[in-house]
Design a protein around this ligand. Structure first.
Ligand code: PLP
Length: 385
């Protein structure tokens, strides 16, 4: 069998060698607890402080504006629930977001609802772009926090975060963006774009799973979600994961350094995939294609096929991709993102997400098109036989 092909970089990415190498000493001699006063502790503290400075630099931020978290999900939860809890007493019971967010945001929004908050959903158009009239209507001066993802993880839609953050802030609304799929693709700079909070996840950019970060603009009100020691200024108690913080810093620096080149490389790969597939399957439909998109995601439906069986058939031929997002896999429910952009149920059930990254090249894309087109045509013949 030919080499397996990984086209699921939006689910997770391999740990980069540089990241692994930088982390290793912290599983060995540099094992100290950053809160200890002795030399081992001081060494760990220095490493942690350096990692925070490096992540902050990658975000155009100050080190005190970076909170390390266990993952992107935790950062999203902290941003929404933490800000809402700190502000709802000011007559701001609302929390607003879009229906195409990752479940980490939608779950946090739902929790706010359970705590007595007013959940508001901002409508999106057929490509997943925020509808300005709906934003204007939902994000009013009784809203504590608004969250809009920078890049959608299923269809790649890229929002105008500058405009949305500016409008929210003009109404005194704290603005959060989930940049888990955006970081390393778009320029994320807190000194240029007026978001108040921003979430990152290490495993989407070549660091291990289990590390994330929350950018928190100085002065933004937020209650901690956990209680305990005074680590991270009390914002995130618990002994810090120094190795992972160092890994995230290295991965973030590499992602920023390679960003512009990686954007055009991935864009060419995605366009190659989409145009070659269209040449073979002219009625293939690419979701979100009518809006600005990040270059690493292509979400396609071939009418008359079914994604679960295609996924299995592709896997048997060594090709890994996904139906919707990774956390959706194994579920028979159609993607909430495709549902929110009004994709017909049969097309939503046919959708596959191919996501490109460090392991992708022209040859792998060409083989995927060949195998996918053949399988899809066969599935259609069987369905109509
Ligand atoms: N937000 C988005 C847009 C994502 O794609 C993901 C992961 O798939 C997350 C949040 C959650 O990140 P993590 O897996 O680090 O919890």
């Amino acid at each position: 069998m030919p080499e397996p092909i990984y086209l699921d970089h939006a689910a997770t990415t391999p740990v980069r060698e540089e990241v692994f190498a930088a982390m290793q000493p912290f599983f060995g001699p540099r094992f100290g607890n950053p809160s200890s006063v002795h030399r081992w502790g001081r060494d760990a503290r220095t490493a942690l402080d350096e990692a925070r400075e490096r992540v902050a630099r990658c975000l155009g931020a100050s080190p005190d504006e970076v909170v390390f978290t266990s993952c992107g999900t935790e950062a999203d939860n902290m941003a929404l629930i933490g800000v809402w809890r700190a502000r709802h007493g000011e007559g701001r019971r609302g929390a607003a977001s879009t229906p195409i967010e990752h479940k980490a945001v939608l779950g946090a929004l739902h929790q706010i609802g359970k705590e007595g908050g007013d959940e508001r959903l901002i409508a999106v158009d057929a490509n997943g772009l925020v509808d300005p009239a709906s934003f204007d209507e939902q994000v009013r001066d009784d809203v504590a926090v608004c969250s809009v993802m920078w890049v959608n993880n299923e269809i790649g839609t890229l929002q105008d975060i500058y405009a949305l953050a500016s409008l929210a802030k003009s109404r005194g609304v704290v603005f959060h963006t989930d940049a888990v799929q955006a970081f390393g693709k778009v320029e994320v700079d807190a000194s240029k774009t007026p978001f108040d909070l921003l979430s990152l996840s290490g495993h989407k950019i070549g660091a291990p799973k289990g590390i994330g970060a929350l950018y928190l603009r100085r002065g933004t009100p937020m209650e901690a979600l956990m209680f305990g020691g005074s680590q991270d200024r009390g914002r995130r108690p618990g002994t810090e994961n120094v190795a992972m913080a160092v890994g995230l810093a290295v991965a973030a620096e590499l992602a920023v350094a390679e960003r512009a080149e990686e954007w055009s490389r991935l864009e060419k790969l995605r366009d190659r995939f989409e145009s070659a597939l269209l040449a073979r399957v002219p009625d293939a439909i690419f979701h979100g294609k009518g809006a600005p998109r990040a270059p690493h995601i292509s979400n396609v439906s071939v009418p008359g096929t079914e994604s679960e069986s295609l996924l299995i058939a592709l896997d048997l031929r060594g090709i890994a991709c996904s139906a919707g997002s990774a956390c959706q896999s194994g579920s028979v429910n159609p993607s909430h993102v495709l549902e929110a952009i009004d994709v017909r149920a049969d097309l939503a059930n046919a959708a596959l997400r191919m996501s490109f990254g460090s392991l992708s090249d022209d040859a792998s894309v060409d083989r995927v098109v060949e195998v996918f087109a053949t399988l899809a045509q066969k599935a259609r013949r069987l369905a109509t036989a």
